[in-house]
Design a protein around this ligand. Structure first.
Ligand code: 5GP
Ligand code: MG
Length: 185
């Protein structure tokens, strides 16, 4: 019998389990609901890695809110940043006077979120805050902190729950460290 390729065999260790993800997202979603009560915020997801986190967080938030998405890219097909930021897709909403919460999968060097935050701030929103699933403070090269962090993680290249290597592994249900031999070969 043919066995499908098992993605899990490429994972060295699980950093954040499905249960931990669910519990913590519920918790932070509760905080967002309280902080933004009556403010009708607009959640802006940074594609594509944010998709599973965005979906989970959107259900955890219990207040009226709108959704939008933008797309930038800081590196492609590798595990190191290239220094090139490309703006691929803009949001659809006019955010002037609105309370904006940027959702992102991971805050590493900080360059992506700094770029996105400054871009949105130029459009005169009432406020802009950042909510990230993962924070890797050891990777920081620019001064930027998130307002809401679900998990702080050590310096390692992680995949799963939206995070990719060469656009693969996004569908893993947990966040795990990719075996270095996967990207060193
Ligand atoms: P920054 O601009 O903060 O350096 O990087 C943010 C982007 O880099 C994230 O949106 C993500 O696409 C990518 N990134 C940074 N660290 C990792 C990681 O450990 N794993 C994966 N898959 N992507 C990462
Ligand atoms: Mg990303």
């Amino acid at each position: 019998m043919m066995h499908p390729y098992d993605m899990h065999q490429d994972i060295e260790r699980i950093l954040v389990s499905e249960t931990e993800l669910r519990r913590r997202i519920e918790e932070v979603g509760g905080r967002l609901s309280r902080d933004y009560a009556g403010k009708r915020p607009i959640f802006v997801g940074v594609l594509k890695g944010v998709v599973p986190f965005f979906a989970a967080m959107a259900r955890a938030v219990q207040i009226p809110c709108q959704w939008d998405f933008l797309s930038v890219t800081s590196f492609e097909g590798g595990t190191e940043s290239t220094g090139q930021l490309t703006f691929r897709k803009d949001i659809d909403h006019d955010i002037a006077g609105r309370h904006v919460v940027i959702l992102e999968d991971i805050l590493d060097s900080g360059r992506t979120l700094k770029f996105v935050k400054e871009l949105l701030e130029r459009r005169h929103p009432a406020s802009v805050r950042i909510c990230t699933l993962l924070d890797k403070p050891a990777g920081r090269t620019v001064e930027l902190e998130a307002d809401y962090v679900c998990f702080t993680i050590p310096k390692a290249f992680v995949v799963g729950f939206g995070l990719d290597y060469d656009d693969y592994y996004r569908n893993l249900p947990y966040v795990g460290v990719l075996k270095p031999q996967v990207y060193q070969d």
